[in-house]
Design a protein around this ligand. Sequence first.
Ligand SMILES: Nc1ncnc2c1ncn2[C@@H]1O[C@H](COP(=O)(O)OP(=O)(O)OP(=O)(O)O)[C@@H](O)[C@H]1O
Ligand SMILES: [Mg+2]
Length: 323
Amino acid sequence: MDIDTILELHDVTKIFHMGNMFSRLRITAVDHVSLSVGAGEIFGLAGESGCGKSTLARMILGFEEPTGGTITHRSKDGQPITGKKVWRTAGVQAVFQNPFETFNPLRQVERYFFETVHYFGLADNQDDALERIESVLEMVGMSYDAIAGRYPSEFSGGQLQRVSIARSLLSEPSLLIADEPVSMVDASIRMSIMNLFRDLVDNLGLGVVYITHDLATAHYVCDRIATMFRGNIVATGDVDKVLIDPKHPYVRLLRECIPEADPRKRWETKVQLSESDAEEYLRIGCKFAGRCPQVMEICRHETPQDIDVDGELVKCHLFRTDS
Ligand SMILES: Nc1ncnc2c1ncn2[C@@H]1O[C@H](COP(=O)(O)OP(=O)(O)OP(=O)(O)O)[C@@H](O)[C@H]1O
Ligand SMILES: [Mg+2]
């Protein structure tokens, strides 16, 4: 792991057991995922609903144990962060989709700030605590006066998401996990929240894992991106390579679903109807074979490996060179 890598996943797998005693189902929600995130980059994790993004995020945060594989965190000075409850360490923090669920509606939001300062032992006295709280609120374009004595319902979604981001910065984390951080926010201010992530990454050298099913915002804000399909990462690389010139057939289909400015084009949805989740998860060979327009015989029985195609990792038999 090189010095600037702050998060490394190696062969991480999560299997869920579902069903009853008559129909046992094993779902490999995350299937041998390897990736690394560096300081100062926004790493996107994209893919349709149910592909395993949040499961992966929960394992990175230590909320959930992987069934297999290893997850290694490093603080900014290169020290490994270990322990099951990684989220209880200062170095990794989460920003969730809905800020109104992040904060209890009956509590003043400033209490979360003082509690976090206390929890991590970040200040010796009230004045130090206030100074620290003021400084993170400034980083997100707010101030202590703007939050003092106020309840979550007194903020707009965008403001409250900024407050939530400020709280996550209190402990000077090296990594933020942001799961759909703008999807509940008014479209008109989504851009400003994404720009805020970019500023924080550039100014503080943070690493961010940015989870979304929206490729347009992913392309706007991410440096690199991994696209997931049914627990597998099928394409990883620089965001321009993966999204502007997609190679994996799944990413190509996803891209064609991005709404077009031309309203006639907007309705030409090309992704075919999904099979049931479970059926696709259980598929042998390439999990996308049932929907792939370029499916070949080999795809139905052999799992594709990651292949380096012009600097992008692509999990697809189309790019095999040995056949
Ligand atoms: N605790 C659980 N027990 C059983 N199955 C689960 C559990 N959590 C997730 N799953 C299953 O694992 C798969 C991946 O779910 P996950 O929530 O990670 O997807 P996601 O990509 O975050 O989706 P979305 O975009 O809708 O948030 C789904 O099929 C889901 O039903
Ligand atoms: Mg999710």
